[in-house]
Design a protein around this ligand. Sequence first.
Ligand code: IMP
Length: 427
Amino acid sequence: MPAIVLVGAQWGDEGKGKATDLLGDRVDYVVKFNGGNNAGHTVVIGDQKYALHLLPSGILSPGVVPVIANGVVVDIEVLFDELEALSARGVDVSRLLISANAHVITGYHRTLDRVTERFLGKRQIGTTGRGIGPAYADKINRVGIRMQDLFDENILRQKVEGALDQKNHLLLKVYNRRAISVDEVVDDLLGYVERLRPMVADTGLVLNQALDAGQTVLFEGGQATMLDVDHGTYPFVTSSNATSGGAATGSGVAPNRFDRVIAVVKAYTTRVGSGPFPTELFDESGEFLRSAGFEFGTTTGRPRRTGWYDAPIARYAARINGVTDFVLTKLDVLTGLERIPVCVAYDVDGTRFDEVPVNQSDFHHATPIYEELPGWSEDITGARSFTDLPKAAQDYVLALEQMSGSRMSAIGVGPGRDAIVVRHDLL
Ligand code: IMP
């Protein structure tokens, strides 16, 4: 099973690291195919803790080739900050490959992200402010700057001029900001060229050749299904395809080469930023999930919105991504609850919806229809096989599996790397 896609099933922060750890040293390449430094994952190796925002987690595993593929938007300053911080701690970062077709996030994208959010007022998306949306907008508008453009100063200058032409009018006349000079941007980007040269490659070709040779490639999605620009809660989404289809367009590996699609789903639900969230809790249960689950953003530090498990969303994720296996995370956070509500359908102004409504207004008005499952009070963090779990915890997992459209192959039972119950191998 050499090509594996790993995605988030909900609104992000499901704990993909748990699944990556399970695949461990059996992977030869780890590919980031969408998003940029809006992601945030903390990887703990031994007594060392690493916070990564842009680099694929594979950068920390000796022998793995980490790849930033064409679907990613790269903030080069952040790239080198992360690389230097890792090098200083003795991590070998020399294997990193970056697609020549990946787009670049520049200072003007960051500026525009912040000013447009401010301009939106109460309609704001709650972005991470990292310039992700404006960089993808330029890509689709065909005024983006790609990695390969940096190696030809003339082309780079022309492209930056083209990109800034309209933006400077906007910045000056609409947002009341200073104009950005072409020289300032070009000089900044050229400053990185020599260090980038050995990393930039035709990564689509490299990955296809690796698969031809029988190597194992893991495609790690940033963000998650409900934040996907096509399939998420638009417009409260990120600007890329975070679902499994994005792994193909975002990397240059064709859809029929993928063998397995793993989705990580939390035993409850969280979301950062604005947008609909039917099972959101505003009472002490929500506070309980936030504090027991340490639900604060890795990238922005914002407290996450919290709510119960939403089975129609898991089913939706199973369908959109073609999920073959779920990894259920943070089951231990629910320990101590007498009864655990699970959303099985929605009520929209008196009409029952068993699936996620396609209409945005319906989803905004959806109130959850709950089924209550019995809780457990035993500490489950030491469980390593399914039968180690108390009966009520086993039943909770089996009920979720039955409602969610795919098997639950692994279950996270604690923060430690080995705190996991495996029911079916992921490779
Ligand atoms: P952007 O990706 O910065 O444009 O933000 C768009 C939306 O996606 C906002 O609601 C963010 O909070 C959310 N978002 C972006 N990256 C992540 C992530 O890694 N986890 C969870 N939410 C995210």
